[in-house]
Design a protein around this ligand. Structure first.
Ligand SMILES: Nc1ncnc2c1ncn2[C@@H]1O[C@H](COP(=O)(O)OP(=O)(O)OP(=O)(O)O)[C@@H](O)[C@H]1O
Length: 307
């Protein structure tokens, strides 16, 4: 289990992480989402002791990372696959990790097999690795100590579609065997497919957290209208906020009965009205982080704002 309690981190007068609290539970994959600069990496660095929090505490398996005597046996970490020593071969990097953690020799070959790095690739220097190969090596290093907790920052970066599917299966299996996974990703579809729980951070603050199914269900109503501006105004006049989606859609923060009545009373024809359950993570993400989306302007469409 990972527990973050009231963690803040400031740089001068800038607050990168602002009173963040959440837990990542055993047996579950927790997806950590937020726009660029939201504070994901800083939070993850705080968990593994690379950045000091200004206040608050972060623990893994009940202890601060720095207090774990042999941390690699408790928590596997992959924050930046490019940060590996580029002059060493993949096998050397795993061998150093194995020795450092006091593990049997056989673990190196087991890990290479697990992440599908061939003997020839394992003998190559990391500087000659593709990004996807570095990610695989990073995952092997994270897993070599058979930890119960995994912390991965953008692990799908650079993986091809088969690699992404492989990693999805690996993380699912890890969680199903009781492991705790905290995973950040910009690939919302990936998070949507694999995560059980979601934590959404924006401007350093948590804006939503909970079971993925609950969060997506509470999204409200999706509608399409002949003139969505008229509907949006009518909703607002009744105290219901909404977010534009696509060319003629709105995500309204009220159930379909209420939204339907308001549109009807305003004489505004709807083309579609349904619960937002199936609306998906992208709309929820864009709605929750609308204030900080860098690529949206007041009259552009939220769809496509996330790469
Ligand atoms: N050492 C530092 N000094 C000053 N500001 C910092 C430092 N480290 C991080 N920040 C700032 O803190 C904020 C959060 O950064 P962080 O890297 O945690 O965001 P992120 O959510 O991981 O973003 P991305 O998705 O782009 O990787 C950013 O505005 C960043 O510039």
């Amino acid at each position: 289990m990972i527990t973050i309690e009231s963690v803040s981190r400031t740089y001068g007068d800038f607050t990168a992480v602002d009173d963040v609290s959440f837990t990542a539970q055993p047996g579950r994959v927790t997806g950590f989402l937020g726009p660029n600069g939201a504070g994901k990496s800083t939070t993850m660095r705080i968990i593994v002791g690379l950045t000091q929090p200004t206040s608050g505490t972060a623990t893994v398996a009940g202890r601060r990372y720095v207090d774990l005597p042999n941390p690699g046996l408790v928590v596997g970490v992959l924050l930046d696959a490019s940060a590996q020593h580029t002059g060493r071969t993949g096998r050397e990097i795993l061998t150093i990790a194995r020795r450092f953690m006091g593990l049997p020799r056989s673990r190196v070959e087991e890990m290479l097999a697990l992440v599908s790095l061939t003997p020839q690739e394992a003998s190559r220097r990391v500087r000659d690795y593709s990004l996807g190969m570095r990610q695989r090596l990073g995952i092997a290093t994270a897993l070599i100590g058979e930890p119960g907790v995994l912390i991965l920052d953008e692990p799908a970066n650079g993986l091809d579609p088969a690699g992404i599917r492989w990693m999805r299966g690996l993380l699912r299996d890890f969680a199903d065997r009781g492991g705790t996974v905290l995973l950040s990703s910009h690939l919302l579809h990936e998070i949507e497919v694999i995560a059980d729980d979601l934590v959404v951070i924006d401007n350093g603050r948590i804006v939503a957290q909970g079971a993925k199914s609950d969060l997506l269900r509470s999204a409200g109503s999706m509608l399409r209208a002949l003139d969505r501006d008229v509907v949006a105004q009518a909703l607002l006049d009744s105290g219901v906020t909404s977010t534009p989606v696509g060319t003629d859609g709105l995500l309204a923060h009220a159930d379909t009965a209420k939204v339907g009545k308001i549109a009807f009373a305003a004489g505004a024809p709807l083309l579609e009205l349904r619960p937002a359950d199936g609306t998906g993570l992208e709309e929820m993400f864009l709605e929750l982080t609308a204030q900080t989306q860098r690529d949206t302007t007041s009259d552009s469409q939220p769809e496509g704002a996330v790469a």
